[in-house]
Design a protein around this ligand. Structure first.
Ligand code: EPU
Length: 320
């Protein structure tokens, strides 16, 4: 097949057919991608997308695989794994290619004496994926450190400034458009290297204490629930004893809700709601995507029936 020959020519041994997605996703679940390539440059991304369009093959751009659930049947198209991992630090300005691992960049910036990004030491996945979902933890969010992003739009590289990226809680422009993040620009502030490096260690420890990092998962599976109005808060207070911090932020931790509903430990096949954190569904070893989907659906039904709250997935689906 001509398409395969072209991709083989472009990527050599970074191109595979029938590649199990389970190998590339933190859930360790998912059937094969018909075609799969590890992309090391913007030019390779441009060219492979062009070839796919020409051949009428659908594509899926994969970041670090931390927030993705692939179906058991896999993906009947081309998966492009973003593996461009170069970055530069000049003064307080950082430029990172989309495939840079967020935690690696958190470490590098702390070691360069730059403050503002240490929270990302706890963030699984790539910076490109992090921008797409406006990922965050420990009080930090991608939108707080970004100034602009280079994207691939209809084959051309275009720059978009932060104000135009539609950032919200776990939301961005990229969830509604087909633009692909290729380069991210961050602005940090000078800080004390030793303090910053110590912060990295504290954050890793805090995460290990509250999240099940020993098992396959997609991090938090649901978005936290945003309370729409003071009236809704009053209604929720009649069915839940809501901690002051969540009332202030007008956001309920989905993990906390799942815990209140006594759903921790619930299992479908080898998929289980973590005992450590209710918003983590873990793969005990042989979970299928169907097990996970069923468990997600049971949680949503239960939380809706108990509290009138509709949880929304944070995880992104491929091949469903
Ligand atoms: N809580 C429980 N039971 C649970 C889980 C949480 O009682 O099973 C309580 C905690 O004790 C705490 C509160 O709920 O009082 C909030 O919990 P946590 O600090 O774990 O934060 P979260 O809102 O549940 C968010 C992010 C996480 C991020 C943590 C830490 C979302 C959906 N989740 O969780 O991000 O790591 O804060 O900053 O926004 C992710 O997005 O994949 C993710 C894991």
């Amino acid at each position: 097949m001509e398409f395969e020959t072209q991709l083989k020519g472009l990527f050599d041994d970074r191109f595979k057919t029938q590649e199990p997605l389970a190998k590339h996703l933190n859930f360790r679940i998912g059937g094969p991608a018909a075609w799969f390539a590890e992309v090391k440059s913007v030019e390779e991304l441009q060219e492979s997308l062009r070839l796919a369009t020409e051949a009428g093959v659908k594509t899926f751009v994969l970041g670090g695989g931390s927030n993705t659930l692939a179906s058991d049947e896999g993906f009947d198209g081309l998966v492009l794994k973003m593996a461009m991992r170069n970055f530069t630090i000049k003064g307080t300005a950082v430029i990172a290619e989309a495939g840079v691992i967020s935690a690696a960049l958190a470490r590098a910036t702390a070691e360069a004496g730059l403050a503002g990004f240490t929270w990302a030491i706890s963030l699984p996945g790539t910076i490109g994926g992090g921008v797409r979902g406006n990922a965050g933890c420990f009080g930090g969010e991608m939108k707080d450190v970004i100034t602009k992003v280079d994207v691939l739009r209809d084959g051309e590289v275009v720059t978009i400034h932060k104000e135009d990226l539609g950032f919200g809680y776990r939301e961005s422009h990229f969830k509604r458009h087909s633009d692909i993040v290729v380069r991210v620009y961050l602005s940090l502030t000078p800080g004390d290297k030793e303090t910053l490096v110590a912060e990295l260690k504290d954050k890793v420890t805090a995460r290990k204490e509250s999240q099940p990092l020993y098992a396959g998962s997609a991090g938090c599976i649901f978005k936290n629930y945003e309370i729409a109005s003071p009236e809704e808060l009053e209604r929720l207070k009649t069915v839940l004893n809501i901690p002051e911090s969540m009332q202030q932020s007008m956001r309920l931790s989905a993990g906390w809700l799942i815990d209140r509903a006594d759903l921790k430990g619930k299992q479908v096949g080898d998929a289980k709601i973590s005992e450590e954190h209710g918003n983590f569904l873990i793969n005990l070893g042989n979970a299928t995507a169907s097990d996970i989907v069923m468990l997600i659906s049971e949680v949503k039904t239960e939380i809706r029936d108990l509290y009138g709250i509709q949880l929304q997935e944070e995880v992104q689906y491929v091949g469903f």
